[in-house]
Design a protein around this ligand. Structure first.
Ligand SMILES: Cc1ncc(COP(=O)(O)O)c(C=O)c1O
Length: 384
């Protein structure tokens, strides 16, 4: 019989929309969280060289020592924090790292606190380990930035983990350092552990990125190469685990994942060693696209009155359109040829929204905006 856990796992709407949109002609894709940039050539060259050099066998389940050293250096260079390579476990993207963190931390019935809206897949990760979800509501009026008091109310003795994500998917909100520090204090007092998803670090346009490791060693950090180095399909990420958990995480990784692909790990070493030029350029381009889209959404009259500070997403309010957010997504896909993701997947507080991704060229964003504008004029005409 199919397990309850399997039946309770919900589909990932962005991927569903993508599959549907891919079967149609002339669709502009604003539904997926996938950089439209190419992986830096030096990274691809390193992977090819590694393949030619025969780097095709298993590696240590924690990852190649050279890559773990490079990740440790990255924390020192970028945040000035000392992370021992022994605490780093390399994974095939940050998604398996999330599963490892929950597997190592959460028992059936344990409470996991996360924000609403949140990344669509988080509840399914919690479900895989039998955890219980409690949410902290975020509002557009506050730019979807988590408030310390709201976390204080949500976290209790029942709480095992507190999951934060900055810059956030789907809102683009950025957590400032002092708030992150206070959240660490809240978790500490409740004997809970912070899990910090830092996969969009580097793509921050307002404020600065702060790793939770600046404030504590007793936290899980998930990060990876997908977003920052345009390497989504390479499947490479990592986890930094609290010292007491490393051995446990590693045993689960040894058994279930074995290791991340050998030659891809060499590509990761090249990516971390390639300097900041690629990221600086990409960040500037995303910032320009964000500014364009924020103005465009105002013109569509669907603005939520906030400006995302990072990642490449924006939530727009479609509650004035006929039907629900799924109908709105269908309408823009069918009538305008623009794919966007319905909000309900991201939590109750995004239920009346669409998530728009600006991981697409400015030319495509301009064209999408014109199409949306024209489609909205038709809605008004048909409503009359
Ligand atoms: C917030 C967040 N975390 C994790 C991931 C997973 O990324 P990957 O497994 O490619 O590292 C994504 C992907 O969209 C994401 O948006």
């Amino acid at each position: 019989m199919v397990s309850e856990r399997a039946t309770r796992t919900t589909p990932f709407a962005a991927m569903d929309v993508l599959e549907r949109a891919n079967r149609m002609d002339d669709v502009i894709h604003l539904e997926v969280g996938e950089p439209d940039f190419e992986t830096p050539p030096a990274v691809t060259e390193a992977a090819v060289a590694a393949l030619r050099a025969g780097e095709t066998g298993y590696t240590s389940s924690k990852g190649k020592p050279e890559l773990r050293n490079a990740i440790s250096d990255y924390y020192d260079r970028r945040y000035g924090v000392d992370v021992a390579p022994e605490r780093i476990v390399v994974t095939s993207g940050s998604s398996p790292a999330l599963l490892l963190a929950f597997s190592a931390l959460v028992d059936p019935g344990d409470e996991v606190v996360l924000t609403d809206p949140h990344y669509a897949c988080y509840p399914n990760f919690v479900r895989q380990t039998g955890g219980r979800i409690s949410t902290v509501p975020l509002s557009a009026e506050e730019g979807f930035r988590p408030r310390v008091e709201a976390f204080q109310r949500a976290v209790s003795d029942e709480t095992e983990a507190l999951l934060v994500n900055s810059p956030a998917n789907p809102t683009g909100a950025v957590l400032d350092g002092p708030t992150l520090d206070e959240l660490v204090g809240i978790a500490d007092r409740a004997d809970a552990t912070v899990i910090s998803d830092e996969v969009y670090h580097g793509l921050t346009y307002e404020g600065e990125d702060h790793t939770v490791l600046e404030y504590t060693d007793d936290a899980f950090v998930l990060d990876g190469f997908s977003k920052r180095f345009a390497m989504t399909g390479w499947r490479l990420g990592w986890m930094v685990a609290p010292p007491d958990y490393v051995g446990h995480v590693n045993r689960i990784a040894q058994n279930t994942l074995i290791c991340a692909p050998n030659f891809v790990q060499s590509a990761g070493i090249a990516a971390l060693g390639s300097g900041d030029d690629f990221l600086d350029e990409v960040r500037e381009t995303y910032r320009e696209r964000r500014d364009f889209l924020v103005d465009a959404v105002d013109e569509w009259d669907m603005s939520m009155g906030y400006t995302p500070g990072g990642a490449y997403y924006l939530l727009v309010d479609v509650s004035d359109l006929p039907g629900d957010a799924f109908d709105a997504a269908d309408f823009f896909l069918e009538d305008a040829g623009v794919a966007m993701t319905p909000g309900p997947d991201f939590g109750a507080n995004a239920a009346e929204c669409l998530r728009v991704s600006y991981a697409n060229s400015e030319e495509k964003l301009r064209e999408a905006s014109e199409r949306i504008q024209r489609a909205l004029e038709r809605v008004e005409i048909s409503a009359d």
